[in-house]
Design a protein around this ligand. Structure first.
Ligand code: AMP
Length: 613
């Protein structure tokens, strides 16, 4: 269907099926589309799309030596006139902005690859980063990919416990961090991490690093060659390891391979609508998969300028960045949008944000008010899209040329077969009927699908049935193929864009001598989506008190880091359990929210059984 990009209108209520959700759809004819969207017509694109054609947009390593993410992101743009284009602009919290052209990025990432080579790091070894959004983090990511080692970024806001678990699980051989973070968080753990051979320090004040057992990254980079030939890279060679939370057990390390770059590239083009000349700002930290797939890879493979900011959310700073950097495409998260909403649309009008062309959001449900508020504040709606660590890239999106149904995640990427399904031990039932709740599942076979949970074959296999990957999200599909998020099928908590596993938090609370049992839930919050709330039962001989509550909150913050630590703790005489001994977090949540308790037939009313199932 031909689209007219000169007009923009909001359908009157009653015009289409999305009205069922209470919000009229936003018909995208695009007064804000000075360029025609890359995906001009959804149905045509779905009918003609192939992953082979998407792969053909990339170069591959010279001489047919395979497919390497860093070559596609950097080196292929670093020749001829394109070499002097601005690739990466790193804004500092305080101090100097650092710019890198594609040619400079090539040379510096070559140096980092050579540093790894000199340290004896080989193909497939894990190189971790625990660093703020400093330029070195980005150079390390791309340099590691060139060297065909596996890059694993962690949130620098994590406390020592999640850091230790993740470094140990992935057998980190190298860690890039700052002097301050090393001294506070890593040095006390070092003896517990025998596989960690090399720590590369970024000196925060520019002074030489002199910390025992570490290397000064700058010194190593200074003497390393800026020439490096990327070795043959099989598209299936491991490239990235991203940890995500599990409901039970340890965090899961989702492993991605080099050919994930095909999905990063094409989703950057079709779902984020990246065009030559764009200035793109993805506000996510690379410690979350979004900050790597879209904060680093997708904008660079598309040959545009990507902005990073070391500082955390600050309304004036953010609007100032969009204004000064003339950001054209902005990719952020619902929590941030809701924080902007709290300040009101008038706050945005004090800035010249006219450079913006496309706004997108991911990570949690984006409420319809937020989609529409984008129009009020920026003259553009937010486009929600859906994906997760395991999928490696955007799977479902409100594409630029498509009508937005506020509150919906959009429609599947061309090339992605998304269904609503139910599965039992023996069978998978695909639900064809619209508007029926089920689990969101994706037909296997897209390039950025995770290839393993690190070291956990069985856990990985459990995600798949009958040729589908089961996402753990509950959703419904309407009659026009738009997907609507309902909730998680498990107990995972979504807080400020982080997916948090209750088990990791409960384990830390259980370390306190007074705590007999702990259960953690997500309690709805208007801004950060869910607040982490813990319920604690004390051991005999301990009495609840405000001082103890504060002590437990403090324990959480110091061990887990402020982002994922519980913000509220309630004491209960004991916690509801199933007869097989599992704590019923769902019941605690229902009670907390005053909702029906549902099926409690398995509730154990007395003490938990002695034997685990
Ligand atoms: P993560 O792997 O940390 O990126 O978290 C992925 C999870 O975040 C998904 O399985 C969803 O539960 C949630 N999520 C991501 N994007 C959306 C969205 N657009 N709407 C609702 N939930 C989302």
């Amino acid at each position: 269907m031909e689209r007219n990009f000169d007009r923009f209108e909001v359908n009157p209520p009653g015009a289409t099926g999305a009205v069922a959700a209470g919000w009229p759809p936003i018909t995208k004819t695009g007064r804000h589309a000075p360029v025609a969207p890359n995906l001009l017509d959804y149905e045509t694109s779905r009918a003609t799309f192939s992953w082979e054609a998407a792969r053909a947009e990339l170069d591959g390593l010279p001489g047919g030596r395979g497919l390497n993410i860093a070559h596609e992101a950097v080196d292929r743009h670093a020749t001829g006139a394109r070499a002097s284009r601005l690739a990466l602009r790193c804004l500092a919290k305080a101090g100097v902005t650092r710019d890198f052209t594609y040619a400079e990025l090539r040379d510096l990432t070559n140096r980092f690859a050579n540093v790894l080579a000199q340290l004896g790091i080989g193909k497939g070894d894990r190189v971790y980063a625990l660093a703020p959004r400093l330029p070195e983090l980005y150079l390390a990511a791309l340099g590691t990919l060139k060297h065909r080692a596996v890059f694993c970024p962690l949130f620098s806001a994590f406390g020592p416990e999640p850091i230790r678990t993740r470094l140990a699980l992935g057998d980190a051989r190298v860690l890039l961090t700052t002097t301050g973070l090393y001294q506070r968080k890593i040095a006390p753990l070092r003896a517990m991490l025998p596989a960690l051979e090399h720590v590369l320090l970024i000196a925060s004040d520019g002074a030489p690093v002199a910390v025992e057992g570490t290397h000064d990254l700058r010194q190593l980079m200074a003497v390393a060659s800026d020439r490096y030939q990327i070795g043959p890279t099989d598209p299936e060679d491991p490239a990235l390891l991203h940890f995500t939370s599990g409901t039970t057990g340890t965090p899961k390390g989702a492993l991605h391979v080099h050919q994930a770059v095909v999905a990063h590239h094409i989703t950057g083009k079709l779902a984020l609508d990246l065009h030559p000349g764009d200035v793109f700002w993805c506000t996510a930290d690379p410690g979350w998969v979004t900050g790597t797939s879209y904060g680093i890879i997708a904008p660079l493979t598309n040959g545009i300028t990507t902005i990073t900011d070391e500082a955390d959310f600050d309304l004036e700073r953010w609007y100032g960045i969009v204004q000064q950097q003339r950001v054209t495409v902005w990719y952020t998260a619902p929590t941030a949008i809701r924080m902007m909403m709290k300040a009101g649309a008038a706050a945005a009008r004090g800035y010249d944000l006219s450079s913006l062309r496309f706004l997108a959001s991911v990570g949690e449900p984006l409420n319809p008010e937020a989609v529409v508020w984008g129009e009020e504040a920026f003259g553009l709606p937010f486009h929600d899209n859906w994906w997760q660590t395991e999928t490696g890239g955007i799977m479902i999106a409100n594409f630029p040329a498509m009508d937005i149904r506020p509150g919906s995640m959009g429609r599947p990427l061309p090339g992605i077969d998304a269904v609503i399904a139910r599965r039992s031990d023996s069978a998978v039932e695909i639900i064809a009927e619209p508007n029926v709740e089920g689990e969101l599942a994706l037909r296997v076979g897209w390039p950025s699908m995770f290839r393993a949970y690190w070291g956990e074959r069985e856990r990985y296999d459990r995600c798949f049935s009958d040729g589908y990957y089961f996402t753990g999200d509950l959703a419904r599909r309407d009659a026009d193929g738009y997907f609507w998020f309902i909730g998680r099928a498990d107990d995972l908590i979504q807080t400020s864009g982080h997916l948090v596993g209750p088990f990791e938090i409960e384990s830390v609370l259980l370390e306190h001598p007074a705590v007999a049992e702990a259960a953690v839930i997500g309690k709805p919050d208007p801004v950060i989506h869910e607040v982490v709330k813990a319920f604690v039962a004390l051991k005999d001989g301990f009495v609840e008190s405000e001082a103890l509550r504060r002590e437990l909150l403090g324990l959480g913050r110091s061990r887990l880091g402020a982002v994922i630590a519980p913000k509220e703790i309630d004491f209960l005489p004991d916690l509801p359990r199933t007869r097989s001994g599992k704590i019923m977090r769902r019941l605690l949540k229902a009670r907390e929210l005053g909702l029906p308790e549902g099926d409690i037939s398995t509730l154990e009313q007395t003490a938990p059984p002695q034997e685990a199932p």
